[in-house]
Write a protein that binds this ligand. Structure first.
Ligand SMILES: O=C(O)CCC(=O)C(=O)O
Ligand SMILES: [Fe+2]
Length: 274
């Protein structure tokens, strides 16, 4: 009798232990699944903000797409710190309209081995390999994943050390990018304005020169210089801007001076050298 009772007591002790262990494992499963749901929600929130975009039709096969929150805000600040401190920035001497001048911003160039060398404004930047900057390899992947049909093998980095730094009107129409390059531009740090302006219509300009006395052609040309011919947008920290189609052939772009600003902006443009 005494033995049995002991056995029962021991038995019910084990059962209690088993029950407690079961309840604990159940609680831990519930916690884990709650954590997973929160993580999944966060991931889907990030994904939908990454993919929300505004398309600007420039006409004649030129298009610009703006993703205001392509990167998570805090992750983008971590990347800003990395880029600011680990990229071997230089401020080269370039040639503009036949005159030598110091480029009004810092830059660096990264490219896949074997791609044709880039040359702009009489300057040929040294090409660093991707593997030297693992965060850039991750960004390349994120941009290729986020922009359907995109593929890149080179990256031009620019750092604007305050409002006096800028990039003047130009287009990235070097022949090594082909006639319709897709260029993806990521921005970090200080928000800066980005302007797009239609290139002058060569045919219309020559008609105007020939018939400078002809009022109607002069009026016609003025009419084409309306607001549809220019666009301004604020490129925010963590945003992505994609230029595609004939944007480089038909439009110029710039990031003008903003002398009252003294904060740093970093911009990365991913490109495909054909
Ligand atoms: O900084 C930017 O947003 C534009 C840079 C740019 O146009 C270029 O690197 O060609
Ligand atoms: Fe550009």
């Amino acid at each position: 009798m005494g033995e049995n009772l002991k056995m029962e007591e021991t038995g019910s002790g084990n059962t209690r232990k088993r029950d407690t262990a079961w309840a604990e494992s159940e609680r831990s499963i519930q916690l884990q699944s709650k954590k997973r749901i929160v993580e999944e929600e966060e991931e889907s929130r990030k994904k939908s903000s990454r993919t929300s975009s505004r398309i600007i039709e420039l006409g004649n096969g030129s298009q610009v797409v703006y993703y205001p929150s392509f990167l998570d805000y805090n992750e983008a600040w971590k990347l800003f710190d990395y880029l600011n401190n680990h990229i071997p920035w230089t401020r080269p001497t370039i040639r503009v309209f036949g005159r030598s001048c110091v480029q009004p911003r810092d830059s660096c160039y990264v490219a896949t081995e074997g791609v044709s060398e880039l040359k702009y404004s009489g300057y040929q930047p040294q090409a660093y390999p991707w593997h030297q900057f693992p965060p850039l390899q991750h960004l390349l992947q994120a941009v290729e994943d986020g922009v359907p049909g995109s593929h890149f093998n080179s990256l031009l980095l620019n750092r604007y050390n305050g409002g006096n730094d800028y990039v003047s009107w130009h287009s990235d129409d070097e022949s090594l990018y082909g006639p319709t390059p897709l260029i993806a531009s990521l921005s970090f740090g200080c928000d800066r304005h980005f302007y797009l302006k239609k290139k002058p219509n060569k045919l219309a300009s020559s008609v105007l020169k020939k018939n400078s006395s002809d009022e109607s052609s002069s009026k016609q040309l003025k009419k084409t210089k309306n607001v549809d011919e220019q666009h301004s947008m604020l490129l925010k920290h963590g945003s992505l801007l994609v230029m595609r189609g004939y944007t480089q052939r038909d439009w110029n772009h710039s990031v003008p001076k903003r002398t009252k600003l003294d904060a740093v902006r970093i911009n990365l443009t991913f490109r495909l050298v054909l």
